[in-house]
Design a binder for this molecule. Structure first.
Ligand code: ZN
Ligand code: ZN
Length: 174
């Protein structure tokens, strides 16, 4: 939902949100995960002058693709976050220069979009190289068999050949 900055009362806003994953996904050109459950969030929004802070909790269940065995697996996200916005361009620039650990986003316009904030926080929680399990054995680089299902018929030395391992990494990234 969109919140107009000028509508935020002095005591702040407390919001309980439930959004369909597809609504959030439609904000992005493409996601490397999909939603398995609605996104549930509690947010508190406060305003001080031209600064707005949004703190809250968000949780949802996603489906990720394992970077080793390319199987899909469920991944639950539950995170607490705080994000800060300002309408003052100078202030945003100054904070950036000082490299304060609090990240300040420059607000473009008169509103904040909670869907965009939630999507960003969820995306931050998704691992860059998702693993279905830390012990995932991945695919055989020679025949493509899922080694979690058991050994394939390939000779051991070909499965561990580092050249094949590199090729496998390359294939996953592309
Ligand atoms: Zn896996
Ligand atoms: Zn094999």
């Amino acid at each position: 939902m969109k919140i107009y900055i000028n509508d935020i009362p002095p005591e702040g806003l407390s919001l309980d949100l439930k959004e369909e994953g597809s609504t959030l996904a439609s904000l992005a050109g493409g996601l490397d995960f999909s939603f398995l459950s609605p996104v549930v969030a509690h947010l508190s929004v406060t305003r001080k002058g031209e600064d707005v802070s949004v703190c809250g909790d968000v949780s949802t269940k996603t489906s990720l693709t394992c970077s080793r065995c390319i199987r899909k697996f469920d991944f639950t996200i539950e995170t607490h976050f705080s994000v800060f916005f300002t309408r003052l361009r100078e202030e945003a620039k100054e904070r950036e220069l000082k490299k304060e650990d609090m990240e300040l986003n420059l607000l473009d316009g008169d509103e904040i979009d909670t869907d965009a904030i939630l999507l960003e926080q969820i995306a931050l929680e998704v691992p860059i190289k998702p693993l279905c399990s830390p012990e995932c054995k991945g695919l055989c680089p020679r025949c493509g068999a899922d080694l979690n299902q058991g050994r394939c018929g390939c000779p051991e030395e070909e499965r561990i050949d580092p050249r094949f391992a590199r090729l496998r990494d390359f294939k996953i990234k592309s």
